[in-house]
Design a protein around this ligand. Structure first.
Ligand code: SAM
Length: 251
């Protein structure tokens, strides 16, 4: 018998990044036993809870302005409530608004507990074939071209694998930039992780640029270290049925 949840605690609950089986027993128990689920998008998280037969009050922490975002959650923790925080997908706090809520809860002296689970960064890195001993998570680059370029230039001196998140709408732009800053590095596109059309596409930025229009969905972008410690195979690995969707050729 697991101990009951602790009062006045913020539970960070990792949720699936595509495959609904990727949620832990502990995550489900916390979602069932908490007083309220604070969600980035209540509609989306409501659907997830429904899928698991959980009915719980949902609280949006994203629709308010910066100052108000965490206020309601802090007020509930002060009242002794057990608050589960979920983001749209994956581990709350990694490149999503969960980070600010945690900061506010810690600053207000509340206990924060992380319920580990799916995370796009780790899912991509571990299957990429790139070195995992040292890696740097960059998250999203800034939006403005000049700032992006500057940031990428600054990463040249890093050792280890570089891991970036990118919006589906900017992956092509990113590959163009990588072609200028890191033309000789091996890049891995980890696409649609844990989903039906999951795919790892490997190549130099120019090679990937030539085929990226055919690739749809969500991406993690990984860049090999400068010292050439690269995986042997440059082939594309994909799950069954993926060919029908993208029809791309191994590089
Ligand atoms: N907190 C989440 C995590 O770490 O798992 C990430 C949230 S961030 C707002 C969303 C980004 O994560 C996407 O733009 C993409 O780069 C990456 N991502 C999330 N799910 C993914 C998936 N199934 N396949 C590939 N990339 C994914």
């Amino acid at each position: 018998m697991e101990p009951p949840l602790t009062a006045s605690t913020l539970y960070l609950v990792a949720t699936p990044i595509g495959n609904l089986e990727d949620i832990t027993l502990r995550a489900l128990r916390v979602l069932k036993e908490c007083d309220v689920v604070a969600a980035e998008d209540t509609r989306r998280s409501g659907q997830l809870l429904k899928h698991f037969g959980i009915s719980k009050p949902l609280l949006s922490y994203f629709q308010f302005n910066e100052a108000k975002r965490s206020e309601e959650i802090i007020a509930r923790l002060q009242r002794g409530e057990k608050v589960a925080l979920v983001t749209d997908a994956g581990t709350p706090g990694i490149s999503d608004p969960g980070e600010r809520v945690v900061k506010a809860a810690v600053a207000a002296g509340f206990r924060v507990e992380s319920i580990p689970g799916a995370c796009a960064l780790i899912t991509a890195l571990t299957a990429s074939g790139l070195p995992t001993g040292e890696f740097h998570f960059i998250g999203f680059l800034p939006h403005k071209s000049g700032q992006r370029r500057k940031k990428l230039e600054s990463l040249k001196s890093f050792s280890g694998t570089l891991v970036l998140y990118e919006s589906p709408y900017r992956v092509e732009k990113l590959l163009g930039e990588l072609n200028e800053v890191f033309p000789e590095r091996m890049v891995v596109l980890a696409r649609e992780l844990t989903k039906k059309f999951e795919q790892f596409v490997r190549g130099k930025p120019a090679e990937l640029l030539a085929m990226v229009k055919k690739l749809k969905g969500e991406f993690v972008v990984l860049i090999s270290p400068a010292d050439g410690d690269e995986p042997e195979g440059r082939e594309e690995a994909e799950t069954e049925n993926a060919e029908d969707q993208v029809g791309n050729n191994p590089i």
